[in-house]
Design a binder for this molecule. Sequence first.
Ligand SMILES: Cc1cc2nc3c(=O)[nH]c(=O)nc-3n(C[C@H](O)[C@H](O)[C@H](O)COP(=O)(O)O)c2cc1C
Length: 214
Amino acid sequence: MTNDLWEIIAQRRSIRKYTSEDVPDSVLEEIVAAANQAPSACNNQMWKFIAIKNKEILSKCEQAVNAELDKMKEWPEAKGFENKLEARKKAINFYTKAPVTIAVFMTEYKYYDPDYIDMLSRHGYDKEKIKYHLAHADIQSIGAAIQNLLLAAEAKGYGACWMCDPLIAAEPIREILGLDDGHRLMAFIPIGKPANRPGPRPKKGLNEVYQLLK
Ligand SMILES: Cc1cc2nc3c(=O)[nH]c(=O)nc-3n(C[C@H](O)[C@H](O)[C@H](O)COP(=O)(O)O)c2cc1C
């Protein structure tokens, strides 16, 4: 294992199959501490991490996801699509097979200058327009924290996968975890020792995504 940042970035993969080896609580704390060091808008740290090792709780989350997919099967638009929806159950719920899954929640973002926000709202900016104007900085902050978390897991020799698919059951999962509606589920991150090491995913060339203007 290496601690060289460049190698950790290059080696990281989304890992979707895990051995049964536990992730020690002390390692989890270190990984979440790395997430907590991420930059956040106005240093709000508008995040909360819940590490779930309890299989009963994970099974309840799985049931909540499956219930949402079953509801979709009743939609007229789902005609002929039912098998795909059924197959999604397995594809979405692989987090239940990981020794631990971290649920990442976003809490309220308080902009440093409330008078500025007040001015915008009095000038006809509704909630959505204000969020856009602030570049969804709360969501960006959560992304930074999650990336720190993934890199820290990699550095500790674990594999992880950033997952948004289970969020079709975001509200029921929040309730299962006993959190109030000031918490918005943003991701599930299953973590464990990789059962296999997939090769690198194809990435766009730098020439496609980068431009230097001098
Ligand atoms: C915001 C976000 C949501 C994602 N949601 C899922 C998901 O629900 N299920 C899944 O298997 N992978 C998910 N991924 C992982 C991507 O599929 C993966 O990062 C991408 O294919 C590139 O592979 P790599 O991470 O190995 O480089 C998600 C990644 C991101 C950044």
